[in-house]
Design a protein around this ligand. Structure first.
Ligand code: FAD
Length: 258
């Protein structure tokens, strides 16, 4: 299949970009490897999304994804594994199919940083979770451990303390307590850019290098949301990027289609 635009990632940035591209009358495919809605879907309450005070991440993203689909965005649950540039545009390979498009918007966000090799070995066969609200209930009245030093680790601990018998708190690389039955990891996030190869320029931490115009080092490839180099990674900035990236993609199509 040949599309005007393929968007990789269906979080806040991808879905909002989809809304803008579809409303501009272009064909758009969105590829998502996990759940539509992205990293915010597990958040119980959001207090800084304008106009919907206290909304849950799940409800907010359900509304936005329904809006995108109704406007004509096609969503497929496939992981993008490779992108090649050719004379007619781009070939996007997923774990299941191959698609062609004239322009691309990368909106793959970030993924949780994994445990160190030492701690992973220490954890042995014990389950490792990156989301207390998703998995905490499985360890009701049992001892668990939270790994991490930042604000997210603190919030994960507070949540688990209401459910579990005991919640240990350790830092990156500390030994994992023997009686903890599950390991909750909150040691930050890293950009999901491994599939990009050398298509666009990345910074030293792996983020896609782009300024406020959301264009990348490769003409025809735009970027939006947490995956780009920026100082504030939030829902409103992801949505703002998406409008800019979609506008840049539509202008790029106008230029190449003449
Ligand atoms: C617990 C938590 C609470 C937060 N609370 C707030 C808050 O209250 N207010 C606020 O403004 N922000 C909050 N944030 C930050 C906010 O969630 C992010 O800034 C925002 O969701 C980023 O959106 P995004 O679309 O850029 O990325 P993401 O939401 O990360 O979406 C990227 C999507 O791309 C998909 N993807 C990745 N790689 C591939 C691939 N190779 N192929 C296909 N799909 C792929 C992922 O599965 C994901 O669905 C919170 C974040 C967390 C983790």
């Amino acid at each position: 299949m040949n599309y005007d635009v393929i968007i990789v990632g269906a979080g806040m940035a991808g879905l909002t970009a989809g809304i803008y591209v579809a409303r501009a009358g272009k064909t758009v495919l969105m590829l998502e490897s996990g759940a539509v809605g992205g990293q915010i879907v597990t958040a119980f309450r959001i207090d800084n999304w304008p106009g919907n005070y206290g909304v849950s991440g799940g409800d907010l993203m359900k509304n936005i994804s329904e809006q995108a689909i109704e406007l004509g965005v096609e969503v497929r649950y496939e992981e993008t594994v490779n992108i090649l540039q050719n004379d007619s545009g781009f070939t996007v390979s997923t774990d299941e199919n191959e698609y062609k498009c004239k322009a691309l918007i990368i909106a793959t966000g970030t993924i949780p940083r994994k445990l160190s090799a030492k701690q992973e070995k220490d954890a042995g066969k014990r389950p490792i979770s990156y989301c207390a609200t998703c998995d905490g209930a499985l360890y009701k009245d049992k001892p668990v451990v939270v790994v991490g030093s930042g604000n997210t680790a603190k919030l994960e601990m507070e949540y688990l303390e209401g459910i579990c018998k005991r919640v240990y708190h350790i830092h990156h690389d500390d030994p994992i307590p023997e009686d903890a039955e599950a390991v909750f990891v909150a040691i930050g996030r890293v950009p999901a850019t491994g599939f990009l190869g050398g298509l666009v320029k990345l910074d030293k931490d792996g983020y896609v290098v782009a300024g406020e115009d959301c264009t990348t080092s490769c003409p025809g490839v735009m970027v939006a949301g947490d995956v780009r180099t920026k100082s504030v990674r939030q829902l409103v900035t992801a949505a703002g990027d998406a409008a800019v990236a979609a506008d840049a993609a539509v202008k790029y199509l106008g230029k190449i289609d003449g």
